[in-house]
Design a binder for this molecule. Structure first.
Ligand SMILES: [Zn+2]
Length: 107
């Protein structure tokens, strides 16, 4: 199952494992990372993925890169973390109440 396991590695939908690089990047860093991300996962309710992730396709990732920096709200928990696999693949995980262009817009 995709998500963060007991060993704190993140497993994506294809079974690839990633180690945490930074558990809460700045908005500027998130924007810088998204352009080179191989996989982008969105945990829209912020539960850690118990109810599943949204996996962004290449067009959606490009849309985030074009949209500028993500917006987080002080009173609503939301953050962006970065992960890397042993073979160098980059994963960006968007968790909780993050607003980013028109793709990442929690209900
Ligand atoms: Zn959830």
């Amino acid at each position: 199952m995709a998500g963060i396991g007991r060993d704190e590695a993140f497993t994506d939908s294809s079974g690839r494992r990633y180690e945490l690089v930074d558990d809460k990047v700045s908005a500027a860093e998130a924007l810088a990372r998204i352009a080179s991300a191989d996989v982008v996962a969105w945990d829209d309710c912020g539960c850690g993925g118990d109810c599943g992730f949204v996996w962004l396709d290449k067009a959606q990732i490009a849309a985030l890169a074009a949209a500028g920096e993500p917006i987080t709200h002080r009173r609503q928990p939301g953050h962006v973390s970065t992960w890397q696999s042993a073979d160098g693949a980059q994963l960006v995980l968007i968790s909780g109440k993050v607003l980013w262009g028109t793709v990442i817009a929690p209900g």
